[in-house]
Design a protein around this ligand. Structure first.
Ligand SMILES: Cc1cc2nc3c(=O)[nH]c(=O)nc-3n(C[C@H](O)[C@H](O)[C@H](O)COP(=O)(O)OP(=O)(O)OC[C@H]3O[C@@H](n4cnc5c(N)ncnc54)[C@H](O)[C@@H]3O)c2cc1C
Length: 666
């Protein structure tokens, strides 16, 4: 089929507004909000302009949008080195320990700020009883900063009344931006409902970012943002793989469905180096509702077993040790998935979490009032984060305090801040003992593209940051971006790309739809038309390819060199066909671009799995042709880089260096 070009014959050209600033933040999620807050502190005295762009509304955007019940990274009295050890162990022995160590020393400061800004944090009273955040506040228990004891749901997690967590953090970021606006005299510096499609590169300096381009999802307008430095904090990727819930349940996934891989796609096309992009996260959650299990496992001490009541982790400990030692002690998230999958494949499912027994056990030591309170908290855990889980249980006559509830491993997601570590290779802080010199190139959290910083889910090789860590990482990047501006004073962005061409490319789906939709008499938004493909149908194709060839649920997460070769061939064709995406309105234009970005994230993931010839993450994915961990050849980072001009990928191994020794056995 002939390649279409958009000459705006069928749709109106959008207005193009240019916005100039010093610091541009893409994404107002946890990390972007942290970056805005911190950057403004240092930028205001220097009269530097800070702009934040988000495709949604910062108050309720990103992975934390609906709220959380626990902050998963709080060091407190723990040894920060144990945190590094835990992260390394859960990620099968490979993590950038300089980044993790660096985070451990600052993350609590973000948590202290959250509390100062109004987030209620649970506390232990003098007798060691737990009080929820509001009760603790009403009882005048003081703040964590003043020495009050948090309630831990696990070694690193603390409980919060978190339904308005993102609103609190977002509000502060917005306030900071307002202060920056007042200090610098900018007319506007917060652009919500603007979807960024690409980073802009500098025409004079190779490998230097100069800004970004995006379109309004509400009006016929394109924004060209020009900046001295850019932060990419636009989150991870969901719905790259076919979800378990299809059709009527299509909107349900563990990862909130609006994170569509933009962070990966924009960085890849800018030529930023990736690391460990083969890694993925497959959370084991309550079936179909994806309700959180963390509090049940860690706080209520619920046990998960196969249908015969056997603890599958204990049952398969020996064989897992034989195949995957030393990474089985302690058994990390993916290995616990692996043990459950052995049972499921043997027909010993469903896997059940014994929520009923956990509650009965707690009843042995608690009075009725305390138990009722705990039960209410357990419900709140779902109402905070995954309200659909409560609905689903009700629909299936499941009362989790009376009967066990089914668990299921989800479809894979790509992210770098939860229990996964797919993302970009960034500069470390440079002062961590033993870290190789080449791991730091002057600006902490800057990617291999000059001026382009990364934070949160898009940073690779440093998982387990979670919400607090992502915020703290955004703050690190925000501060370093001010440094960058001061060191590069007088820089004037000269955009390499033709803005006219980019605008035409951006709006091509609208033009294509307007040109061809009368080809059929079928109603608006029809999925089938020989001249174009709707975003919905393209997404189905992407998810099918990934599911069947790149190790999704339908193959029990198994793939191989031959399957990947075919998957990559099909992705190439899909990429070609993506030039025929059509949108009937601005909302569908957003859907087109989300899917286009997903394809980039998907391709990087498939290429990385293909490069790493071992099964490093059993329980997340399996290479059928290389079924075991091969430390001798693959205990290393796997980095890659895409070259937009030549349309080629380069892959290489980067040596892993251990910075924190295992504790000396007693
Ligand atoms: C289901 C789930 C449960 C979790 N539970 C917990 C928990 O209990 N405790 C905990 O501490 N952490 C938890 N986390 C982790 C935490 O949510 C993440 O670590 C954190 O949100 C990552 O921050 P981020 O800034 O990288 O991404 P996000 O917070 O997801 O923000 C990304 C931002 O980028 C914007 N964006 C995306 N694409 C574009 C584009 N093209 N143009 C403009 N803007 C764009 C989005 O709108 C969003 O605002 C959970 C995560 C998930 C997914």
């Amino acid at each position: 089929m002939e390649k279409e070009t958009n000459s705006f014959q069928f749709v109106e050209k959008p207005a193009v507004e240019e916005v100039s600033c010093d610091i541009l933040i893409l994404g107002g999620g946890m990390s972007g909000a942290g970056a805005a807050f911190e950057a403004v502190r240092w930028a205001n005295p220097k009269n530097l302009k800070v702009v934040l762009v988000d495709k949604a509304a910062v108050e309720r955007s990103g992975a934390v949008a609906q709220g959380l019940s626990a902050i998963n990274t709080y060091i407190g009295d723990n040894d920060p080195m144990d945190y590094v050890r835990m992260v390394r162990s859960d990620l099968m022995g490979i993590t950038r320990e300089d980044l993790t160590w660096d985070l451990a020393r600052v993350v609590d400061d973000s948590v202290d700020l959250f509390e100062e800004w109004g987030l209620p944090i649970w506390k232990k009273d003098a007798e060691g009883h737990s009080m929820d955040g509001i009760a603790a506040r009403n009882a005048g228990m003081g703040s964590l900063k003043d020495g009050a004891m948090p309630v831990r749901s696990g070694k690193w997690q603390i409980m919060i009344n978190g339904e308005s967590y993102k609103a609190i953090v977002g509000e502060v970021a917005k306030k900071a931006l307002e202060l920056n606006k007042a200090a610098t005299g900018m007319a506007e510096n917060l652009y919500e409902r603007v979807f960024c499609t690409r980073l802009l590169m500098d025409s004079n300096e190779p490998n230097r970012v100069a800004g970004a381009i995006g379109f309004s999802t509400r009006e016929n307008k394109v924004y060209v943002f020009k900046a001295n430095t850019v932060l990419n904090g636009s989150g991870g990727a969901v719905n790259v793989f076919r979800p378990r819930s299809v059709g009527e349940g299509m909107g349900r996934a563990w990862f909130p469905v609006w994170n569509s891989g933009s962070g990966y796609a924009m960085g890849i096309q800018a030529g930023a180096e990736l690391t460990l992009m083969e890694n993925r996260f497959v959370p084991m959650r309550f079936k179909d509702g994806y309700g959180p299990v963390g509090a049940w496992f860690l706080f209520f001490k619920a046990q998960a077993t196969n249908a015969l009541g056997e603890d599958y982790c204990v049952k398969h400990a020996d064989i897992i040790h034989e195949q995957f030692a030393p990474y089985d002690n302690p058994m990390g998230t993916n290995l616990r998935n692996h043990a459950a999958m052995i049972e499921m494949k043997a027909g010993n499912g469903p896997i059940m979490m014994h929520t009923d027994k956990a509650m009965a056990k707690l009843a042995e030591t608690m009075d009725e009032k305390a138990l009722k309170h705990l039960e209410a908290e357990a419900w709140e855990d779902f109402l905070d984060m995954t309200i659909a889980q409560a609905g689903l249980w009700a629909a299936n006559d499941v009362e989790p305090d009376k009967v066990p509830s089914e668990l299921m491993p989800s479809e894979p997601y790509l992210l770098g801040s939860h229990a996964g570590c797919a993302g970009f290779w960034v500069s470390g802080p440079g002062d961590i003992p033993g870290a190789p010199e080449e791991w730091s190139w002057g600006y902490n959290r800057m990617s291999t593209v000059n001026g382009l910083f990364m934070s949160g889910d898009v940073v690779g090789a440093s998982g387990h940051k979670f919400s607090s860590g992502s915020h703290a990482e955004g703050r690190i990047a925000g501060k370093m971006m001010v440094s960058w501006c001061l060191d590069h004073e007088g820089y004037t962005p000269a955009v390499k790309e033709s803005v006219d061409d980019l605008v035409a490319e951006m709006y091509a789906p609208l033009e294509l739809y307007a040109k061809y939709n009368s080809y059929t008499t079928a109603p608006k938004n029809i999925d089938v038309n020989p001249n174009y493909i709707s975003p919905r149908m393209l997404q189905f194709r992407l998810m099918k390819i990934m599911d069947e060839y790149v190790g999704g649920c339908s193959t029990w997460y198994t793939t191989s060199g031959t399957l990947l070769a075919e998957g990559l061939r099909k992705l190439d064709i899909l990429k070609e066909d993506a030039a025929r995406l059509a949108a009937s309105d601005l909302h569908e234009l957003l859907r087109c671009w989300e899917n286009y970005h997903r394809i980039w994230a998907a391709e990087a993931h498939a290429r990385h799995i293909n490069f790493r010839e071992e099964t490093r993450y059993p329980g997340y994915y399996y290479r059928g042709d290389f079924p075991v961990v091969d430390d001798e050849n693959w205990k290393c980072f796997t980095n890659s880089k895409y070259n937009l001009e030549s349309n080629t990928w380069e892959h290489k191994k980067v040596p892993y260096v251990e910075l924190v020794a295992a504790p000396t056995p007693a």
